[in-house]
Design a protein around this ligand. Sequence first.
Ligand SMILES: NC(=O)c1ccc[n+]([C@@H]2O[C@H](COP(=O)([O-])OP(=O)(O)OC[C@H]3O[C@@H](n4cnc5c(N)ncnc54)[C@H](OP(=O)(O)O)[C@@H]3O)[C@@H](O)[C@H]2O)c1
Length: 327
Amino acid sequence: MKYRHLGRTPWKVSEISFGAWAIGGAWGSVDDIESLAALRQAIDSGVNFIDTADVYGMGRSERLIAQLKRERKEDIVVATKAGRRLSPHTADGYNEKNLTGFLEDSLRNLSTDCLDLVQLHCPPTDVYYRPEVFGFLDRMMEAGKIRHYGVSVERVEEALKAIEYPNVQTVQIIFNCFRQRPADLFFAQAQKKEVGILARVPLSSGMLTGKLRRDSQFAADDHRNFNRHGQAFDVGETFSGVDYETSLAAVEEIRTLVPAGVSMAQFALRWILMFDAVTCAIPGGKRPSQVAENCAASDLPPLPDAAMSAIRALYEARIRPAVHQRW
Ligand SMILES: NC(=O)c1ccc[n+]([C@@H]2O[C@H](COP(=O)([O-])OP(=O)(O)OC[C@H]3O[C@@H](n4cnc5c(N)ncnc54)[C@H](OP(=O)(O)O)[C@@H]3O)[C@@H](O)[C@H]2O)c1
C-alpha cells in the first residue's frame, strides 16, 4: 500500500482507503460480523483512512468503526459527514443548532472526544454561499471538537466554490472511468490550494468490477434497485448516474483492456490513482475478499498510455453525453 498527503493536514493516508456506506446499509442486507471482518482486512492491507457518515445505517457504520478502533493499535483516520439527516434537506437546516447536534451524535457513535475530519454531506448548492456555515466549522475546530473539515459535493462547481474557504482541507467527489469531468477543471485548482481529493463511487456502485449482468437482481433495500432513477437521493450516486445498459456496454469494452492477472476492479482503481491530484479512492467493501482485492490495486504498475487514452475515448464516445454537463 502506498500513501499520499491529505491536503494540508499532517496525515498521509492509504491511496486505497475504505468507504463505509455499504456496511451501514442501503446496499441490501449486511451482517456486522462480516462487516467487521472487512474492516479488519482493510487495516491488515495497510488502509489507514475510513470514510463514513452519521446517516449510514443511522450510526451503524460509525459504531462498527469505533469497535474496530478499540481492537486495533494502528493509527486510523476517520472521516465522517453531517447534514443528510436533515428532513427536509435544506440549506437553512445547516445551522449551528442542527450541526452541533449531528456532531455530538457522531462523537458518541465514534466513541471519541474529537472527530478527525468532518465533511458537509452533499449540502444544497446554496450552503457553499453561506460563509457562516464554514465559520461554525472553524469554531468547532477551535473548540477541539473536530480536527479538520472538508466537503462532499455532487458537482464540480460546488467543489470549486468550496475550496475558496481557506480551512476546507478535502473535497469528496465522484470520480471514476465514467465520471471524468473533475479531472478537466477541478483537479488543478485543488492541487494549487493543496486540497485533498477523495474519489468516491470509484467502482460505479460495483459496475466497474465487471461482475454485473443485464439480469442481475438487487434487494429491495439496495439503492441499485430503489434509487435507479434518483427516487431517494441524487441519481448520480447510483451507477454514477449512467444508465444500466450503457454502463454494461462500456464495461465490455473496458474488459478488453484489463491485463491478465488483474481484476477489472483493480484496473478501475488503478486508473483513478493515475491522477496525482487524487489523494485516495474510497471503494466500498462488504466482504474481506473484496477489500483485499481492491487494496492490491495500489501495488500495480502504472497503466500504459494506450489504456489511459482508450478509457478517455470510451468516455467521450459512450458516457460523456449522459453525465458531463450534469455534474
Ligand atoms: N454523498 C456522499 O458523500 C457519498 C455517496 C456515495 C458514496 N460515498 C462514499 O464513497 C464510498 C464508495 O462509494 P460506493 O460504496 O457508493 O460505491 P463503489 O465503491 O463504487 O462500489 C462499492 C460496491 O461495489 C461492490 N464491490 C466492491 N469491491 C468489489 C470487488 N472487488 N469485487 C466485486 N464487487 C465489489 C460492493 O457491493 P456488492 O458486493 O453488493 O456488489 C460494494 O459495496 C462509500 O462507501 C462512501 O464512503 C459518499
